[in-house]
Design a protein around this ligand. Sequence first.
Ligand code: NAP
Length: 256
Amino acid sequence: MNLNGKIAFISGASAGIGKAIAETFAEAGANLILSARRIDKLKVLAEDLHSKFGTETQLIELDVRNFDKVEAAIKNLRSAWANIDILVNNAGKAKGLDKIQGGLLSDWEEMIDTNVKGLLYLSRLILPGMVERASGHVVNIGSIAGLEVYPSGNVYCASKFAVHAISKGMVIDLNGTGVKVTNIAPGLVETEFAEVRFDGDKSRAEKVYQGYKPLEAQDIADIALFAVTRKHHVQIQDILVTPLDQATATIVNKKQ
Ligand SMILES: NC(=O)c1ccc[n+]([C@@H]2O[C@H](COP(=O)([O-])OP(=O)(O)OC[C@H]3O[C@@H](n4cnc5c(N)ncnc54)[C@H](OP(=O)(O)O)[C@@H]3O)[C@@H](O)[C@H]2O)c1
């Protein structure tokens, strides 16, 4: 499973699943374009990857919600970095866990703008080059929340249902172009996700991952690496992965 000579663009590489994918792809030999808003975290990661694996990186301080910035970032890539082989649309989040009748508009906008529009912006800018080269792979990070709606999940679930629909749309529209699409739908993964959802409330966030063994970001990175290293004729379209103790979005075998 090697990615020697490949260029991968990863959104949301400063933490969690995106960071683990960066580390895993770097170890497999890829060079990386890493983007997120927290550039300081990307710098530390890039230095680490360079010293461990000799990875070359381009770092982009980027809020995927801003189309003009996303467009400038992609258009300004130097020619050596312009031919992106793998796009990992990972940047995303849940904000809040409120019933729809009491939801915060700002939470809804942040989720829809990041999870759906950010993914679309990057894809719209990077896919034409892949199609032109008849080669490339898009990995979208969906969620079990894109397959099932859970109580108070309303808009987060809607944003992830949209990701799943967009992934399917990509598979259909890119059919015959040589470009592959993989949608990965994780269940509970222990990252900064719950802390972000609950606005930095660490004790509330910790409870999400207590009483069972959640997935680790590395588990998702292993799957992403597997998906992007299959033979040319193999396209893994969809993967649902949960911890052993998770049956559905809401059924989790938690010990007291
Ligand atoms: N953890 C789970 O249980 C779980 C389950 C299913 C799916 N997912 C999905 O997995 C993906 C990664 O989440 P995670 O669990 O790794 O969470 P995380 O640890 O909070 O990481 C989220 C990443 O997204 C980036 N990000 C957030 N808003 C952004 C924006 N506006 N522009 C650019 N980057 C942004 C963050 O970087 P900055 O803050 O530096 O910008 C960070 O690198 C998300 O799409 C999430 O919905 C997570």
